[in-house]
Design a protein around this ligand. Structure first.
Ligand SMILES: Cc1cc2nc3c(=O)[nH]c(=O)nc-3n(C[C@H](O)[C@H](O)[C@H](O)COP(=O)(O)O)c2cc1C
Length: 185
């Protein structure tokens, strides 16, 4: 099973994440958990989240980039759900070997993500924190899907990216069906 954790605080104002979500919502083999729908009061059910993770072979984190990282509720989800003795540290092996796919949308485009540009660094400079969060829990990092310039992207391009996302998840589901997903789920 592929667990898709979505975190968008303003879904009614979203274009990019909404289009990505629409592209995958009816795929078989997925469990989609939309954090801001489940926990509008930020009161995360840690047991429910950990059980969902235990069912998964692949975990997707899908969100817009806010202040160079994940939106607050996903950040809180990391803090609350990825507990010592479960996700890391002695006995903390629940996520070992599971695959992690990061799907992020950024308002800035390539010209703003460079030395001297609006964001000062290439986008890759902001990836290690989230990649290491996965690695710290023993997860296997897959090639991320990053949509940059999300403000200006047109509908045709957006639907192409949605197709790419759908295809990527379909391949991962197929690999899991063939027992190639790894992990212990
Ligand atoms: C509070 C806030 C912080 C943001 N921080 C960043 C940022 O650090 N880098 C960036 O490229 N875009 C940033 N953006 C733009 C969002 O990433 C962009 O609006 C979003 O990815 C578009 O996806 P959506 O249509 O699903 O909302 C920010 C937007 C908001 C509202």
């Amino acid at each position: 099973m592929i667990l898709v954790i979505q975190a968008h605080p303003y879904p009614d104002r979203s274009r990019a994440n909404r289009a990505l979500g629409r592209a995958i919502h009816d795929l078989d083999g997925l469990e989609i958990r939309s954090l801001y729908d489940l926990y509008p009061d930020f009161s995360i059910d840690v047991g429910a989240e950990q059980r969902a993770l235990e069912r998964a072979t692949t975990v997707v984190w899908q969100h817009p980039i806010y202040w160079y990282t994940a939106p607050a509720l996903l950040k809180l989800w990391f803090e609350k759900v990825l507990t010592p003795g479960w996700a890391y540290g002695p006995g903390g092996t629940a996520l070992v070997g599971k695959r992690c796919l990061w799907v992020a949308t950024a308002g800035g485009d390539e010209s703003s993500y460079r030395e001297g540009g609006m964001h000062g660094q290439p986008f890759e400079a902001f990836v290690p924190v989230i990649r290491q969060t996965a690695a710290f829990c023993g997860m296997r990092w897959l090639e991320p899907l990053v949509v940059d310039g999300a403000h200006r992207i047109d509908e045709a391009e957006l639907s192409g990216l949605g197709e790419r996302y759908r295809e990527r998840l379909r391949e991962l589901v197929a690999e899991e069906g063939r027992g190639e997903g790894g992990g212990d789920a």
